[in-house]
Design a protein around this ligand. Sequence first.
Ligand code: ZN
Ligand code: MN
Length: 478
Amino acid sequence: MTEYEAIIGLETHIQLNTTTKIFCSCKADSWNDPPNTNICPVCCGLPGVLPVLNKTVVEKAVLLAAAMNTEIQPISYFDRKNYFYPDLPKGYQISQYDRPLARGGYLELPMPEGYIRRINIHKLHIEEDAGKTKNDYGRRLIDFNRCGVPLVEMVTGPDLRSADEAAQYLIRLRQLLRWLGISEADMEKAHLRCDANVSIRPKGADYLNPKTEIKNVNSITAVRDAIQTEIERQIHEVEAGNGILAWTLEWDEDSGILRKMRSKETEADYRYFREPDLLPIRLEQAWLEEILSSLPELPLARRQRFIHQYNLPEYDADILTGERSLSDYFENAVITYGSDPKRVSNWLMNDILRMVNERGIPAGELKLTANYLADIIKLVDSNVINTSTGKSLLEKVEQSGKSPQQIVEEEGLAKVNDQDAIRMVCTEVLAEAPDQVKSYKSGKAGLMGWFVGQVMKKMRGKADPQLAKAILEELLAK
Ligand code: ZN
Ligand code: MN
């Protein structure tokens, strides 16, 4: 039986999170606004208006271009991409064609199996978004809010080999966009959109077969499911002796079915020509350097550094660098704590991550700062409080904003290490439970846990449980 491999390329459109649109001063993000409320003569393409390029769009696109390891072009041009569609009021989209902002480049994906896959992109360019149409019981409604929203388009080479790799690419791209702070990268809100080109060939072959294009996938899970479904369909067709036709397919998430859409325009249909109303983008050295000076350490580099510098398992490093604020938080806590990064990582991955998720805010915005977390771990290490008091301190600090030391003092949470005080309570517990003492003495050793629990309860969790256990054992041996 022939074994097949999939050849997948992804075309992504990324909505940059600028305040205003790319060529006018309308508000860019309309997610919560009624239709046709953020529009003006420029983005609606009325006669006689001129576009003015938003500088921030170029700066954010350059940051992405640098992070994608591309060759940033000192000069690039805008072009008109002509097509007639109701959501495009000008009758053309301002895009970049043969002289894009950046060429080449790649994104590296750390794979769960431990190796790194490099996915190439051909080019990266800037363009404006089109509007939205929807059918409303026989009427066609148009919303121009999205016209002129700034986008970056990137197309990968045919480098992805499975639906999982395609999903991984999107996960890493989303991480990078948020890390750079240039896009919310929320697929459900169309900040990150993806079309997938899919073909198959016998494993190991070096030619490309006709491909189909999947559109309208708006979550990473949907991308994975749609590609997997299409790979299986193509294998089925080929095994049955049929050819693959270059269809454009639309994913129906509810039914898990791919539907055939209109046939696609070819490049020539777009009649590209230079946009006469805009000057080329000239990235002079000084401007470029200024933009790149704000490029942070990238997620993959930080992930590798955490593994080597802090001796973290890959699993920890991956989670801690999933988001920039969390990775900064971790590093600050390690510096304050001063030793054993793995111990800090454990507290972070168990407790801080949960707090962050519950509150829906980045780690950097917690009132429980990285320094306070380090202080709490130190209080536990130096035996001032026990672990469970330490855990309860996390919430108390977060709610009050007070320092851990202050709360320990105010609430008298310091652990009781006073032998006599603990001995008194132990004696009390044993006196109150003659039945349990009898069972224990007749061999039910498991009751020790219960006795310790009673002591802890009476002392409101402040007793040193090791010490309590030792004293109980001594008293029960009598
Ligand atoms: Zn406008
Ligand atoms: Mn495009």
